[in-house]
Design a binder for this molecule. Structure first.
Ligand code: FES
Length: 180
């Protein structure tokens, strides 16, 4: 082998070694990035928004305390509407505040009733049909009367209600009544 051939052989070997190192590095990064991302996902998601509630309020996702739902004067006697209140909630080890929707009906001059807005069949969100005076479920045709009693479809029990009270003219929504 001449001196020149030996030099060519060396530079070719160096090139292949560098190329192999580059390919190995790319493979390592392809494996490491998703693994690191997966491992750190709870940290990032927790920083951007604490995940506290699933889409439905189940008995294990209890709101605690009392949340303001607005002035009693804003609710008309005999009417029902959907309101969103900032509920303190507990989901496993996580505690925090989540916007929670519920139906509020003003039944008398001084009283209101608040309903969980999920169907008691499989948890679909209900809507209030004012003309029909029914809470309707879009999923399997469940229907509830204005007091939350089942009048049609497969729901096995009445709508859940929240404790309510009126203080200083403000409507307050309390814990879910699990026996309702
Ligand atoms: Fe409402 Fe099935 S979830 S009727």
């Amino acid at each position: 082998m001449t001196e020149r051939n030996a030099a060519d052989e060396l530079s070719r070997r160096a090139f292949f070694l560098k190329a192999l190192a580059g390919i190995g590095g790319a493979f390592a990064a392809a494996v490491a990035v998703p693994v690191i991302g997966f491992g750190s996902a709870p940290f990032w998601s927790a920083k951007s928004r604490p995940r506290l509630l699933s889409s439905s309020v189940t008995p294990v996702l209890r709101g605690t305390g009392w949340a303001p739902a607005g002035s009693l004067a804003d609710f008309v006697v005999g009417e029902t509407r959907l309101v969103v209140v900032p509920r303190e909630v507990v989901d496993g080890w996580a505690h925090g505040t989540e916007p929670v929707a519920c139906f509020v009906s003003r039944t008398t001059e001084t009283e209101v009733v608040a309903f969980d807005h999920h169907c008691t069949h499989l948890g679909c969100p209900l809507s209030w049909a004012a003309g029909a005076h029914r809470f309707l479920c879009p999923c399997h045709g469940g229907a509830f009367d204005p007091s939350g009693q089942v009048v049609a479809g497969p729901p096995p029990r009445p709508m859940l209600t929240y404790a309510t009270k009126v203080e200083n003219g403000q409507v307050l929504i309390g814990p879910l009544n699990e026996e309702s």
